[in-house]
Design a binder for this molecule. Structure first.
Ligand SMILES: *Cc1c(COP(=O)(O)O)cnc(C)c1O
Length: 379
């Protein structure tokens, strides 16, 4: 009997142990060590962004972004309801009210045409989530932000190494957030990054990340002693985690190529199911160059999905669904409201199922998954 195919396994390149050992030999395993610096520099150069600060998670990068965007109690923040709770949590922590807007059924991203109607005098920011590493309609979103003087904070947790009209996701809005959780394309266990182009955020961001101190300046030799400057927390990851991440950044193109191949294989294999009307496959608009973060199928309805997931499990494949829309959760009802009609958010989220999709997935495993999907008796 074959082994169960997990939904996800953390990426392993083979170099991680060597780099972690090197970090240990450095005798410095706290934050902002050599590997943290290398990773930040790599991201800045590759994606043409002025500043990258590694963080302990994307959730924490979002918290920092909410603070840097000066979100205050009573402010409203617009985002999709079809997202992970951290997208909202970061702003709720600052006292904001969350205003959920419907998604587009093709990309599962926020429907840019429904944002303007949700803007009020209290609106301070728009948070586009690039679902599955497929870009939101950033031109339209940036135009609205300019018109109403709003900040744009990209939740690019799934979007590293993906582009919108040639610009890297996470570098287009005022602030961008990546995740290096083990389920993402590039991972360090738990971790993330905050990206921004404008120098106006830098000093405040460094202080915020370093427990409210100017320790970053101290390390650069700009002050003799570091002291408490302002409100802050501890958002700086250990250099051990950055060492793990660096092993993947080094071979980012290879990782991307492997994921793209897996994604394309799935996509081609399921074309027939789409023609027969059994599923909808992911849609990638022309303006978006995606990063093969995720492969999902949208089935007929909730009942079919439930049957599908247990069928796959019986055959040793872990397929999963995610995101119960935030507006229908306890916290979502408490901290937010849905603006306009929920035409697609609930309906589309109930149909969606994700297939295993990770760097170390074997070609034979992928073939077996495809074969098993095609043989689902209830199509
Ligand atoms: C993974 C994810 C997060 C959270 O990332 P962490 O690094 O685990 O905090 C936030 N938003 C989205 C859309 C995600 O996919």
């Amino acid at each position: 009997m074959r082994e169960v195919i997990d939904f996800n396994r953390a990426p392993l390149t083979g170099k991680e142990a060597e780099y972690i050992n090197r970090a240990m030999a450095n005798g410095k395993i706290c934050g902002d060590g050599p590997f943290t610096k290398e990773c930040s520099r790599w991201i800045c150069q590759r994606y043409h962004v002025a500043h990258t600060l590694l963080t302990t998670s994307c959730t924490h990068a979002l918290e920092m972004a909410a603070y840097l965007a000066d979100i205050r109690p009573g402010d409203e923040v617009i985002m999709p309801s079809y997202t992970f709770c951290s997208t909202a949590d970061a702003f709720v922590l600052r006292g904001a009210k969350i205003v959920f807007v419907d998604i587009r059924p093709d990309t599962m991203n926020i429907d840019e045409k429904r944002i303007e109607d949700a803007v009020t005098e209290k609106t301070k920011a728009i948070v586009p989530v690039h679902y599955a590493g497929v870009a939101c309609a950033m031109d339209e979103i940036l135009a609205l932000a300019e018109k109403y003087h709003l900040k744009v904070i990209e939740d690019a947790a799934q979007g590293m190494n993906a582009y919108y009209k040639g610009r890297a996701l996470g570098t287009i809005g005022d602030l961008g957030c990546y995740s290096f959780h083990e389920t993402k394309n590039f991972a360090m266990g738990e971790g993330g990054a905050l990206l921004f182009q404008s120098g106006e955020y830098l000093e405040r961001a460094e202080i915020l990340r370093e427990k409210g101190t100017d320790r970053s300046k101290y390390f650069r030799g700009q002050v003799d002693k570091y002291t408490w400057q302002d409100f802050g927390s501890s958002y700086l990851p250990s250099d051990l985690n950055a060492a793990y991440l660096y092993a993947q950044l080094e071979i980012a193109d290879k990782i991307q190529e492997k994921r793209r191949r897996l994604w394309e294989n799935y996509h081609q294999a399921f074309a027939r199911l789409e023609e027969e009307g059994a599923v909808r496959r992911p849609v990638v608009p022309d303006c978006a160059q995606h990063n093969a973060h995720m492969y999902y199928l949208k089935l007929k309805d909730l009942k079919t999905r439930t049957e599908f997931i247990s069928y796959m499990r019986e055959h040793g494949v872990m397929a999963v669904f995610h995101y119960v829309p935030l507006h229908s959760s306890n916290a979502g009802r408490k901290f937010g409201r849905f603006h306009g009609e929920d035409i697609y958010t609930t309906k589309e989220s109930e149909r969606l199922v994700r297939l295993p999709m990770f760097y170390n997935l074997g070609e034979d495993e992928a073939e077996y998954i495809i074969d098993t999907v095609l043989k689902f008796p209830n199509w």
